[in-house]
Design a protein around this ligand. Structure first.
Ligand code: KIV
Length: 385
């Protein structure tokens, strides 16, 4: 038995909260189009109360996307909920995502409201959103640092007011995987009402734990994960879409879960978000980084040439990678990698030529970071001269 994990993409909302990112309406439409084509379940398109431009952009996505749910964010203010409802008016499957601060530190130093007041705000705004669109998600912000009794009361209140999805945010990327699992286990135990709702996880990456935390949440009962393409987002970013979707694709059988996402769209989607967000993907980024399927050292090159799975746990074709497994020549490369590269360039190195060419290659590789295809051609041409 495999449970479906609802993939909630928030690249257009929390991803846009990354410093220096500004998505135009066209960017939002193009990215949403790609997400919908990949069968992502929910697209959080933005925060309509932020500005009239943002409201119009969310509205455009809501009118355009017909398959996925389109979601809009709202604080616990009537104005926010009404702006979200207005933006979603043309959506085929609208969802409003209502949130409120839940941790003591944020209640005291940001919201400046007491528990009873916050419970009343949550009840009223979830009900208002439910009356507007039916499908309501509720997030007690900073849940991983919240007082557990208050968190449980907030979750209970939101469900009673009509929230169908309860999202547990690790807002400052504070939690470790075992703590996330423990919190989900605790909520499932003390708030039996959550069994009638969908539990969700939303993580930030301040400690580099966001993807591991999302997997821990899934193992502990979450059936929705909130993700951003390339892991972009506030500060150190959000849980990376490609990491969690591929972790589930690779380990779905042992986790007992799957997603409906067409993973072959991942690489083109990553490139689209990189171009439109202006945030470059680091070369060593899992799944979509430039080096993710490039092999530079002799032992790994030899192994991957004999059998790709010796040194890769993902077939690059599964993420729509246009190049796939690649041998990159450098100081640590061996003769197997060098010979394979020459063959790939149409050069046959018979007789004693391979040993001599490899010697010339090593002399060059000792002096520079990598050796290009043209340099391999030149090395081999000199032998033929
Ligand atoms: O990081 C956060 O807590 C959020 C919530 C609104 C889900 O973005």
């Amino acid at each position: 038995m495999s449970d479906r994990i609802i993939v909630f993409d928030t690249t257009l909302r929390d991803g846009e909260q990354a410093a220096g990112v500004l998505f135009s309406q066209k960017d939002k439409l193009d990215i949403a189009d790609r997400l919908a084509a990949m069968r992502v379940d929910v697209i959080e398109a933005g925060f309509p109360a932020a500005s009239p431009t943002e409201l119009r952009a969310v509205q455009a996505v809501a009118r355009h996307v017909r398959t996925a749910s389109v979601c809009a964010l709202a604080r616990c203010h009537p104005r926010d909920v009404d702006a979200a409802a207005e933006a979603l008016a043309g959506a085929a499957r609208p969802r409003i995502h209502v949130f409120v601060n839940a941790s003591e530190v944020q209640l005291e130093h940001q919201l400046r409201r007491g528990h009873d007041e916050v419970l009343a705000m949550a009840a009223a705004m979830v009900a208002r959103a439910r009356d507007a669109v039916g499908d309501v998600e509720f997030s007690p912000m900073d849940a991983t640092r919240a007082d557990r009794a208050f968190l449980a009361a907030l979750v209970r209140t939101a469900i009673a007011a009509g929230a169908r999805t309860i999202n547990i945010p690790d807002t400052v990327g504070y939690a470790l995987p075992h703590q996330v699992a423990d919190l989900f286990g605790h909520l499932r135990e003390v708030v039996p009402e959550v069994h009638g709702a969908v539990l969700s996880f939303h993580g930030q990456n301040d400690l580099g734990m966001a993807s591991a935390n999302a997997v821990a949440a899934v193992r502990a009962g979450a059936r929705q994960v909130e993700l951003c393409v390339n892991g972009i987002g506030e500060r150190a970013g959000n849980t990376s879409f490609e990491e969690v979707v591929m972790a589930i694709a690779v380990h779905g059988a042992s986790l007992g879960v799957h997603t409906d996402v067409d993973t072959t769209g991942i690489y083109p989607l990553s490139k689209l978000v990189e171009a439109r967000s202006g945030i470059g993907v680091p070369a060593n980024k899992a799944i979509v980084g430039r080096n993710a399927f490039r092999h530079a050292s002799g032992i790994h090159q030899d192994g991957v040439l004999k059998h790709r799975e010796n040194y890769e746990c993902i077939d690059p074709a599964r993420i729509g990678h246009p190049i796939g497994t690649e041998i990159v020549l450098g100081k640590l490369s061996g003769s197997a990698g060098f010979a394979a590269k020459a063959r790939q360039l149409g050069i046959e190195l018979g007789g004693g030529k391979l040993a001599r060419a490899f010697e010339a290659f090593q002399a060059l590789a000792d002096r520079q970071r990598d050796v290009s295809d043209d340099e391999v051609r030149s090395i081999c041409a000199v032998l033929d001269a």
